[in-house]
Design a protein around this ligand. Structure first.
Ligand code: G
Ligand code: G
Ligand code: MN
Ligand code: NA
Length: 254
């Protein structure tokens, strides 16, 4: 309950901040984008990670309003990096299931794109299979309206939820993110490798891109590059960083 009360004043108190984890394009070794990850500067507690509070945001429905702030803040950051002359980076934002199902996502995204005057293609939304499958027919409509704005759509944690392959074909999806569960032992476990390779192959057949998350070793990265995965994200290259540090990293990156 303390946690809930503290969260209720966190937005007005400007205690939330986004950190950014770079995504690496395997064919070039370049940083091609980032994932925005929410952090909370909770007074007296230091920096708090989402695992400790996102479930409460979900249960209470606060995630809808905070999710609006996250989309706006990501767009503000895109505009700021552009003004600072940082190379163009696509920013991916996590959208919670409840925000996708209950919120006016199209309205929120449209307002943020207009307010900050950014190119829509620089914004990507990461949605989970459970969010997409809650009401699959509505999902098609919502995704088509979002796509009409020019933004990109990715399915997060792919392989851990249930996506009907029939719907996967009908959803206008740009990218699949292979869940860390299949990446962790990809080099040593033939079953995990088989699943990851099947996802890569299916994504490409459906004209989607594919990214592997949770890449922690050079061997995992080499394996994924050899098997034509498009991008990786993970501690092997970098953790999520505050915006200024991320910009520095991108300037040093080729
Ligand atoms: O940031 P971490 O590195 O600890 O993220 C943990 C989990 O919290 C992830 O599964 C991620 O999807 C979720 N998460 C992180 N940032 C956000 C956010 O901005 N919005 C939502 N809905 N979930 C987030
Ligand atoms: O669920 P989602 O993919 O949105 O959240 C990303 C989460 O994965 C964050 O908590 C982030 O800190 C974490 N993460 C990112 N890279 C790695 C990694 O290489 N290893 C592990 N174990 N977690 C990672
Ligand atoms: Mn994500
Ligand atoms: Na994920």
């Amino acid at each position: 309950l303390d946690l809930e009360l503290a969260l209720r004043s966190a937005l007005e108190g400007e205690q939330f901040v986004l950190h950014y984890q770079p995504k690496l394009e395997l064919s070039t070794g370049r940083v091609c984008g980032v994932e925005a990850l929410l952090r909370w500067h909770r007074p007296g507690h230091g920096l708090v990670y989402p695992a400790e509070f996102v479930p409460v945001l979900e249960e209470t429905g606060m995630v809808v309003r905070i999710g609006e702030w996250i989309i706006d803040e990501a767009c503000r950051q895109i505009a700021e990096w552009q003004e600072e002359g940082v190379r163009e980076l696509r920013v991916a934002v996590n959208v919670s299931s409840r925000q996708f199902v209950e919120g006016d996502l199209e309205g929120v995204v449209r307002a943020a794109l207009e307010r900050h005057g950014i190119e829509p293609g620089l914004l990507e939304l990461e949605l989970t299979e459970s969010a997409l499958m809650t009401n699959a027919e509505r999902t098609i409509e919502v995704l088509e309206r979002l796509k009409a704005l020019g933004i990109r759509i990715a399915i997060d944690d792919f392989g851990t939820g249930y996506s009907s392959l029939a719907y996967l074909k009908r959803f206008p999806i740009d990218k699949l993110k292979i869940d860390i569960a299949f990446v962790r032992d990809i080099v040593t476990n033939p079953d995990d490798a088989a699943i990851a390779l099947a996802i890569i192959s299916m994504a490409h057949s459906l004209h989607m891109q594919v990214i592997a998350e949770g890449v922690e070793t050079r061997a995992q990265m080499a394996y994924l590059r050899r098997h034509r995965c498009d991008e990786i994200q993970g501690f092997h290259f970098s953790r999520a960083l505050p915006a200024a540090q991320l910009a520095q990293l991108v300037r040093k990156n080729r």
